[in-house]
Design a protein around this ligand. Structure first.
Ligand SMILES: O=C(O)C(=O)C[C@]1(C(=O)O)C=C[C@@H](O)C=C1
Length: 373
């Protein structure tokens, strides 16, 4: 019996031919998209009307990425697919205008990792030595945006970042969350069995304490200024044949050409840091936003209660409340409040108006899209 319609066997050469053909179509489409982005830049320039042209649009990027995830049917996962589009948009934005991004350095820190996650890889990196330098770099216009850590799920709030908002006119334009994974790294020419010293930032050594006690009880732990510095020292040591390991993240591993001895060695696998993107623009609503406020409260009984009551009455969901000394008066306080919604949303507007009547100062630090990736 003859079969009139024979299935074409899925051989390796045939499958690769099909991949080649799909790749050339994807490439054409990506360039078509890039040409569109170039035209968008021309329109933005033509419409500037004497204002500084804003090429980076966080609300639009969040909408694009959310849509990618919503329509994704697999087999690639939603996050994986969004990461690909994240990079495509990063390349398109760089074509419109290369973005210089200041972040808490040195090269290879988790803050740099967060910057790359948020903006993609097509950025000009500007590592800064301290959080206030990141703010200054953006305020002076030397960098377009800045990235700073604001809170960690195990270590709590980053006071330096909150305090920097007191005297800054910068706005929060975005947030990014990063699961902090630590790896044990050595230079590729070093055998892990020879390791005698393990370098890292004090906090990272603490976050991996139980793992180190269990697997490396005899190695000496050495605290250095940052994880990235630990990775640099391990790479340096490797060149002269000394067996020093570092605990650091993925970016530092790649940057210093180290090999992973063990991955994800943190004691708490949910260890997460939240970072903020600071810039000079007010971000329009994206449909799923958060707002951060700085409030100086009058020093009188029930002051905090009256502030919080407004959120409850208008049904606005507060997600964070931090208190810092105001420095203006002894025992005066500044409250940092995050809530769900955009400051232009009706009920958020109503809350902010009431807060203004009840507090001595209310500063909207920014409304920005809820982190997508
Ligand atoms: O829509 C825009 O305003 C664009 O510039 C295009 C685009 C994109 O590639 O999709 C690029 C950069 C912006 O940050 C947002 C989106």
């Amino acid at each position: 019996m003859s079969n009139s319609k024979q299935a074409v066997p899925e051989t390796l050469p045939l499958l690769r031919d099909r991949i080649d053909s799909i790749d050339s179509q994807i490439q054409l489409l990506i360039n078509e998209r890039a040409t569109c982005a170039q035209k968008v830049a021309e329109v933005k320039l033509a419409e500037q009307g004497g204002e500084v042209v804003v090429f980076y649009r966080p609300e639009r990027e969040a909408q694009v990425l959310r849509r990618v995830m919503e329509r994704n049917e697999g087999p690639l996962g939603n996050e994986e697919m969004a990461k690909i589009f994240r990079q495509v948009m990063s390349s398109c934005l760089a074509l419109e205008k290369p973005m210089r991004i200041a972040f808490l350095g040195p090269e290879g820190t988790f803050t740099q990792q967060a910057a790359l996650k948020h903006f993609g890889k097509s950025i000009i990196s500007a590592p800064m030595a301290a959080i206030d330098e990141v703010f200054r770099e953006v305020e002076s216009g030397a960098a377009n945006y800045g990235v700073v850590p604001v809170e960690n799920s195990t270590e709590g709030v980053v006071n330096h970042t909150l305090d920097s908002f007191r005297d800054s006119r910068l706005k929060i334009c975005g947030e990014v969350e990063e699961r902090i994974h630590h790896h044990l790294l050595v230079s590729p020419n070093i055998s892990s069995e020879d390791v005698t010293h393990i370098y890292s930032h004090q906090q990272s050594l603490a976050q991996c304490r139980a793992w180190l006690d269990r697997y490396w009880p005899h190695a000496e732990r050495v605290a250095v200024s940052s994880n990235a510095e630990a990775a640099r020292l391990a790479a340096d040591a490797g060149r002269s044949g000394r067996a020093i390991a570092a605990i650091a993240g993925e970016v530092a591993c790649e940057l210093y050409g180290l090999s992973k001895v063990s991955a994800n060695i943190e004691d708490r696998p949910d260890n997460t840091t939240r970072f903020l993107i600071v810039g000079n623009q007010d971000v329009p609503p994206s449909g799923k936003d958060k707002t951060s406020l700085l409030i100086s409260a009058k020093n009188e009984p029930g002051a905090l209660y009256r502030l919080l009551e407004a959120f409850e009455r208008h049904g606005v969901d507060m997600t964070r409340l931090e208190t810092r000394p105001s420095l203006m008066s002894r025992w005066g306080y500044i409250f940092y409040i995050d809530f769900v919604g955009h400051h232009l949303d009706e009920k958020c507007c109503a809350v902010i108006d009431e807060l203004r009547e009840r507090a001595s100062e209310v500063k909207v630090l920014g409304s920005y899209p809820v982190a997508v990736l």
